[in-house]
Each structure stands twice: as structure tokens, then as C-alpha cells.
Design a protein around this ligand. Structure first.
Ligand code: C2E
Ligand code: MG
Ligand code: MG
Length: 786
């Protein structure tokens, strides 16, 4: 069997050469393929491809050599030294495979060519070593042929590595490798002379075994290589599928992504990023420098050079950190990108998210939290935060608290839609007074606040302007309305904290309203104490009625025609358990403010009527009725009830109303007065001359008496104007058939004057002081004087 194989081998010398060429071609294909893989593999995964290339190149060339040698001289018996043969395989891997594999790394073509040339020289070195392993023969080699062989190999492999890739990236290099390997061997062998024992029947078993083993080894090697390649292909297919999924995800994710190398080059990005930064697909490409990328971004968004430099500087800063940096970049067109820079071992990964909508929504929510949706002004929360901030900064500013006078009646009369429009119009006027920079808040229905820089003097000036501006009529749809406003002013320096600041301005506002509204009031020292005092008084007033702390006194009224007391005015007195007697001038306005005047007024009516019912039948009773009582729907019931309970005839009762109360709500008042007069009750206008003092009121209102205020009487003897007023009112009353009464007569001179002018009646200390006991006779001096 062995003999048969030897014969076969002998007769197949050409077959060995063909087999060698085939193995050479196959290993060439393997080398080119693995080298290509090493070139395109990511950095971290190149090692195994380089190793495979070196092994395939070295062993492929060596196997080719060995197969060729088997077919070279089949006529003589050749032996092989094991060590040198193995050394030739090692040289093949190190001298051919290694430089060939390393030529995948450099980007420069000349360097690649140099490494290719080194590998070519390696083929010669491996061949010479392989030849040195032959034993059992004599051999001589030509140095020239060997030199040429080496140059041949070097030239071809250099060519393969230095040439740019053509249209057939596998075919041309494979052919050139086969040329290099086979050519090197043939040139060298051409100069080699070999002689030895002829092959006869004495074929060395070792040679045969070696031949078989080498052929089997080469076959296993190439088969293994193909199996490995097939496995690699499968792995690659999986990897490609995986990469495709990743690429699809990357391109379709909602965020922009950018991978920068440690050297500052763009390695990876997605199309979403181009869209976010306004870049075209030509502007952004892998391999571009970070500077180029940011310059392109700057160009697309009209940034100036400084901004580009600053942004570049920031990028380097973030990439140099170990932690993630997250910032928000505001573009000039209003877009906001959230940029996260995560430094990684291989550079940095930047993700971009468009948060414009989120931020706008947040801004809107924040705006709603701090602003009044109707007027767009700040709300209560905005005001308190602004005050707190101003206080902390120690800014010199003044707070103006505004309250709209008669806003409620506009709302009640024309409805809330008009009321809302009125508020919007008021806000507009305030804005035009303060400019866009001024801080205005609406912190209640018709309560507004302004914080203005400067001290209270500046605040007062502004407040005066506002009062006048707000009073101008408003035309809303078809309706024209007029309102007023009261303002409380307090500068920050007059307060001890934001709450105190607000409280003091509020007290000043209260004071402005208490004085009739339509005016501005600066906070003055002592106001807060007075307010506290009033607060306590108001508290005490609530229980005063139940605790029977009120009583009435009566002041006589004398008719000048008869010089007889014809009536008594009931005046309330409050005997406070701690304060003693409290003047009605102090507590009546308080009772009017909190509505207590209605039950108090009822008590006065009942008490006075009960008392008056015991007086002589010709004596009349005058009772003061405040504006709040007059507006109350209970007044009629209280009056009728008091008359009914006491049995006092209605014609003996006279109600005194102030001029202000009478004109406040014209039409309604006329109705109430008419109803009271129908019962026989008389109506007097009290304190005439201190209120609106319009003569038209005397004409329009159904009156039974005009009481001229005591301030005119007090000054009449010395002040011509006061005298003129008394004379005019008296004359007018006479003309209109309305009797007149002069209040506060304290001296006989005053009495004489009033008598000469023609007043119908007088009242005052001269006639009698208010007293709990009624005295129907006049003092002796008056009757004597008369
Ligand atoms: P009025 O209705 O004008 O009452 C007259 C005020 O003048 C009384 O003060 C009286 O004491 C004072 N007076 C009378 N003669 C003289 C005088 O010769 N010289 C001076 N200097 N004063 C004189 P009073 O009692 O302090 O009342 C003050 C105001 O309080 C009243 O002014 C009235 O508007 C209000 N008032 C008093 N009692 C009541 C009441 O029961 N109900 C209501 N709604 N108001 C009342
Ligand atoms: Mg009175
Ligand atoms: Mg009076």
C-alpha cells in the first residue's frame, strides 16, 4: 500500500506543484480577507483579526513552500531536519505574517507599502531557511537568484499594500500574492542545484509519511480556516443585524446624539441632531473636528465668533470632567435644548433634547401661579414675593394699596362682565401711569397694589395722578361708568417687615376710605395705634347694646317765633365700663362701618319714642338716622315698630339725615323718604353746609327742615362768608317753605343775629345742653332778652 502511494506521489510531481499553487491561492484569499477585516474592525477588536492574518499569511506561505518542495525533486530522496523545518514555519509567521498583518494599521500608503515589502522579503527568508532544512542531499544556491527572489516577493507585496483599492478588492491582491510567493520560490529554485540518492525502490518511508502529513496538515489548515471564516461570517451577519437595529434606533430616536473622540473628532451622530441644530447633512460628518462642528452650528444659528468660542470652551470643559454635565442652551429663535455631556473612556457622548415645549408649559404654569388671569397683573402670591424680595434687597420703594370706590355698585348694576372689563381698563390705566417696568398686582376683587421705587413723596405724587386718572369716565360697550379710588401709601422705610409694610399701607388706605374715599393717604405715625384702638373699640361696641351701656340725652330746640321749646333731639351716649363716656362722633362711624348702627339705631328709635310719648303732646322728637340705616330695608319696620310700641303719633317724630346720606343713592332715598312722609313723619337735613351743599338737593328732596351746621353759626359774627351762607339758606328755605334751624347757638349775640336773619328755630348750649331729663322751659336770660 505504501509502495502504491509512493508511486502515486512520484507520478504526481506536477500535481504537487499545482496543489502548492492552489494552497497558495486559497491562503492568499484568506490573507486578503482577514487583512480587510483587521482594517475595518473597531479599534478594540482589531487584535484577533491581526493575529489571524499573521497566522494565515505565515502558514499559507510556508505550506505553499513545503508542498512545492515535495513536487520539486521527486527523483531524489530528500530528508528534512525537524528543527529547521519548524524554524522556517516560525520565520514564515514572524517575517511574512506579522509585517503583512501590521500593514492594516497605518493610514499612510507608503508605510503600508514598506510593511508589504518587509513581508515580501520574509518570503525569501522563509524559503532559504526551508531549503536549509533539507538533508540527505547536496545543494548549492545562487546568491543572485536568492536576492532576486527576495526582491521579487518584496516588490509584489509592496505593490499590493501600497496600491489604492480597486474595483476588485480581492482578485488583484490574491493574484499578486500568488505571483509573489510562487515567483520568489521559482526564482530561488532556478539558482539551486540539488543532488542526492536517486529514488528507486528505496523510497524513504519518512519522506512519504512527511508528504502525506504535510498534505493532510495543509488540508486541515485550509479547512479550519474556511470553517473559522464561515463562523465569522455568521457572527458578522448577527453583528450586522444587531448594528442595523442599533442604527435604526439611533436614527429614529427623539433625541439628538453625538459621540466625540478623546481627540475631539466627531465619531457618531444621528440625523435628529442635524435637525435640532439646523445643520444640513453635508455640515456634519464623521471625522470632523469638534471646532468645525461647533462653527457649523454657530453659522446655522447666526452666532458671533465669541459665542462659538465660548461654546467650544464649554464643550472641552464638560468632556474633561468625570461626571455628567447637563445644561440648557437657549437659542435666539426661542428654542431651548437640554444638552447632557457624559464623559466615557473613549471620549464623550452628548445627547440633545428639545425641551422648548416643556419649558414654555412650565413658564405658563408659573405665570398662572403668580398672575391674575383677568388683568395679567401679578396676583397676591406675586405681590408678597415681590415685597419680600424688595425687602431682602433693601431697596428704597413705596407700596401703594388701591381700593376702587363704587366698584361694587358697577358690578351689581351692570353685571360681572362689565365689572371685569372695568378692571381690565383700570389695569390698563395703571400700566400707562407706571410704564411696563412698574409692578402692579391685583390682590383682591377690586384691590390693587403698586410697588414703586423712591420714597413716600414720590409715591404720593404718583398716587395723586392715579386718583385723577381712575376718576375719568370709562366707556365699556354702551355703558359709561365712573368710579373713584382710595390709596394707602407706605414707604418701606416706615415698616419693620413685609407684613408690617402691607399692614401699614392697608391702615393708610382704611383711613383714606374713612375720610370719604377718592383720595390718597400716606401712612403717618400713630395710625397703627389709632387703628388698634379703633379695633378694640369696635369689639367693645358689639357687646355694648346687650350690656345696656347706651343711654339717650335730649337737647331742646326752640322756635324763634314763640321762644318756646318745641322739640328735643335725641343724642346717644355710650358709657364705656373703662373709658367712661365715649363720644358718638367716635363710635357712630365705627358702628356704620360694621353695620352695628342698624340695631343701635333701632334701639335709639324705640327708646326715644317711648320717652317722647311721655312728654307734653306739643313736644316733638328729633332722632338722628345715619346713611347706613337709611339704606337698610329694615328702617321702615324699625320706625313703624317704635311708633307702634310707644304710641307716639307719627307727626311728632322728625328724622335727621345728613346731606351726604341723602344724596348717596338718589332714587331709592326719595322713595324711602316719600314713604316715611306719607306716615306723617318729618324729615330734616342735618348739618347743612358740611356735605355736598348743593342747592339742587333742597329742590329735589322732600324736606321739612334744614339744620344749618353749627360751624357757620360759630363763625357768623366774625366771618362774612359764613354769615352770607346762613342768610342765603334761610332765605331760600323761606322761599321754598322749608323751615330752617341754626345749630350750636351758644351766645345771645348769635341768637339775636339768627333772629334778625329770620331763622325759624335754634338749638345749642344757650337754649339747653343735651340732658337725660327734658326741660321744656327756656333759660330766663333768653326770655328776658326777647
Ligand atoms: P348732630 O346730629 O349734629 O348733633 C348735634 C351735636 O352737636 C351733638 O353732639 C350735640 O351735643 C352738639 N351740640 C349741640 N349744641 C351745641 C353747642 O351749642 N355747641 C357745641 N359745640 N356743640 C353742640 P353729639 O351728641 O356729640 O353728637 C354728635 C353727632 O353724633 C350728632 O351730630 C349726630 O350726627 C351723631 N349722633 C348722636 N346721636 C346719634 C344717634 O342716636 N344716631 C345717629 N345715627 N347719630 C347720632
Ligand atoms: Mg342731629
Ligand atoms: Mg347737626
Amino acid at each position: 500500500m505504501m509502495l502504491t502511494l509512493v508511486t502515486l506521489l512520484e507520478s504526481q510531481a506536477v500535481s504537487f506543484v499545482l496543489a502548492a499553487a492552489t494552497i497558495c491561492a486559497l491562503s492568499a484569499w484568506l490573507m486578503v480577507h482577514l487583512l480587510h477585516k483587521a482594517e475595518v474592525a473597531p479599534r478594540g477588536r482589531r487584535g484577533r483579526w491581526l493575529f489571524g492574518t499573521a497566522l494565515a499569511a505565515g502558514l499559507g506561505v510556508w505550506t505553499t513552500h513545503f508542498m512545492a518542495m515535495l513536487g520539486y525533486r521527486t527523483d531524489i530522496i530528500l530528508g528534512y531536519q525537524y528543527a529547521t523545518t519548524l524554524a522556517s514555519a516560525g520565520i514564515a509567521v514572524i517575517a511574512v505574517g506579522l509585517p503583512f498583518a501590521l500593514s492594516a494599521l497605518p493610514s499612510s500608503r507608503s508605510l503600508r507599502g514598506a510593511l508589504g515589502a518587509a513581508a515580501g522579503l520574509g518570503i525569501g527568508a522563509m524559503h532559504i531557511t526551508g531549503m536549509a532544512a533539507l538533508e540527505g542531499c547536496t545543494q548549492s544556491q545562487s546568491v543572485l537568484a536568492n536576492g532576486l527572489a527576495c526582491l521579487w516577493g518584496a516588490a509584489f507585496l509592496a505593490l499590493i499594500r501600497a496600491l489604492p483599492k480597486g474595483r476588485r478588492p480581492y482578485l488583484v491582491p490574491c493574484l499578486l500574492i500568488v505571483m509573489a510567493v510562487c515567483g520568489t520560490h521559482f526564482i530561488s529554485l532556478a539558482g539551486t542545484v540539488l543532488d542526492g540518492q536517486r529514488v528507486g525502490d528505496l523510497v524513504s518511508n519518512i519522506q512519504v509519511a512527511l508528504s502525506v502529513l504535510t498534505a493532510a496538515g495543509a488540508a486541515i489548515l485550509i479547512l479550519g480556516a474556511f470553517i473559522a471564516l464561515a463562523a465569522t461570517k455568521r457572527f458578522e451577519a448577527q453583528e450586522t443585524a444587531h448594528l442595523n437595529v442599533l442604527a435604526t434606533a439611533l436614527q429614529n430616536m427623539s433625541n439628538g446624539i453625538l459621540k466625540i473622540s478623546p481627540g475631539g473628532r466627531v465619531e457618531l451622530y444621528n440625523q435628529r441632531l442635524c435637525g435640532m441644530l439646523g445643520l444640513s447633512s453635508d455640515d456634519l460628518f464623521a471625522g470632523m473636528r469638534l471646532e468645525q462642528f461647533l462653527q457649523a452650528t454657530g453659522d446655522a444659528n447666526s452666532w458671533d465668533a465669541d459665542r462659538v468660542t465660548k461654546v467650544l470652551h464649554n464643550h472641552w470643559l464638560w468632556m474633561g470632567k468625570t461626571e455628567e454635565t447637563r445644561i440648557e442652551h437657549h437659542f435666539d429663535d426661542g428654542r431651548i435644548l437640554s444638552i447632557a455631556c457624559q464623559p466615557v473612556a473613549t471620549g464623550a457622548v452628548l445627547t440633545y433634547e428639545d425641551v422648548t415645549r416643556d419649558r414654555r408649559a412650565q413658564e405658563k404654569i408659573l405665570h398662572l401661579a403668580y398672575h391674575d388671569p383677568l388683568t395679567g397683573l401679578s396676583n397676591r402670591l406675586g405681590l408678597s414675593e415681590r415685597m419680600l424680595a424688595g425687602y431682602r434687597k433693601g431697596e428704597r420703594s413705596t407700596l401703594l394699596l388701591l381700593d376702587l370706590d363704587r366698584f361694587k355698585s358697577v358690578n351689581d348694576t351692570f353685571g360681572h362682565a362689565i365689572g371685569d372689563r372695568l378692571l381690565v381698563a383700570v389695569a390698563g390705566r395703571l400700566r400707562s401711569q407706571l410704564g411696563e417696568e412698574g409692578f402692579i398686582a391685583r390682590h383682591g376683587g377690586d384691590e390693587l397694589a403698586i410697588i414703586t421705587p423712591g420714597d413716600h413723596l414720590f409715591g404720593e405724587e404718583l398716587a395723586q395722578r392715579i386718583v385723577m386718572d381712575i376718576e375719568r369716565p370709562y366707556t365699556l360697550d354702551t355703558v359709561t361708568v365712573t368710579i373713584g379710588c382710595s390709596i394707602g401709601i407706605c414707604s418701606v422705610g416706615d415698616s419693620t417687615g413685609p407684613d408690617d409694610w402691607m399692614q401699614r399701607a392697608d391702615i393708610a388706605l382704611y383711613e383714606a376710605k374713612r375720610r370719604g374715599g377718592g383720595q390718597a393717604m400716606n401712612y403717618q405715625t400713630g395710625m397703627i395705634e389709632a387703628h388698634t384702638e379703633r379695633f378694640h373699640l369696635e369689639n367693645d361696641l358689639r357687646s355694648a347694646l346687650a350690656q345696656q351701656q347706651f343711654h339717650l340725652v335730649y337737647q331742646p330746640i326752640m322756635a324763634l317765633a314763640t321762644d318756646r321749646v318745641v322739640a328735643f333731639e335725641a343724642l346717644i351716649r355710650w358709657n364705656h365700663p373703662h373709658r367712661g363716656l365715649v363720644s358718638p362722633v367716635e363710635f357712630i362711624p365705627l358702628a356704620e362701618d360694621n353695620g352695628l348702627i342698624v340695631p343701635i339705631g333701632k334701639w335709639v328709635l324705640e327708646q326715644a319714642c317711648r320717652e317722647a310719648a311721655t312728654w307734653p303732646a306739643e313736644q316733638h322728637l328729633a332722632v338722628n338716622v345715619s346713611a347706613v340705616q337709611l339704606r337698610s330695608p329694615l328702617l321702615m319696620a324699625h320706625v313703624v315698630g317704635a311708633l307702634a310700641q310707644s304710641g307716639l303719633p307719627a307727626h311728632r317724630l322728625e328724622l335727621e339725615l345728613t346731606e351726604t346720606a341723602l344724596v348717596e343713592d338718589g332714587r331709592q332715598i326719595v322713595h324711602t323718604l316719600a314713604a316715611l312722609r306719607q306716615l306723617g313723619i318729618k324729615i330734616a337735613m342735618d348739618d347743612f353746609g358740611t356735605g355736598y351743599s348743593s342747592l339742587a338737593h333742597l329742590r329735589d328732596l322732600p324736606l321739612d327742615r334744614i339744620k344749618i351746621d353749627r360751624s357757620f353759626v360759630a363763625a357768623a359774627l366774625n366771618d362774612k362768608q359764613c354769615l352770607a351762607v346762613i342768610k342765603a339758606v334761610t332765605q331760600m328755605g323761606r322761599d321754598m317753605d322749608i323751615p330752617t334751624l341754626a345749630e350750636g347757638v351758644e351766645s345771645l349775640d348769635q341768637l339775636d343775629l339768627l333772629r334778625s336773619i329770620g331763622c325759624d328755630a335754634v338749638q345749642g348750649y344757650l337754649i339747653g345742653r343735651p340732658d337725660s331729663k327734658v326741660q321744656c322751659s327756656v333759660p330766663g336770660e333768653i326770655s328776658q332778652a326777647a
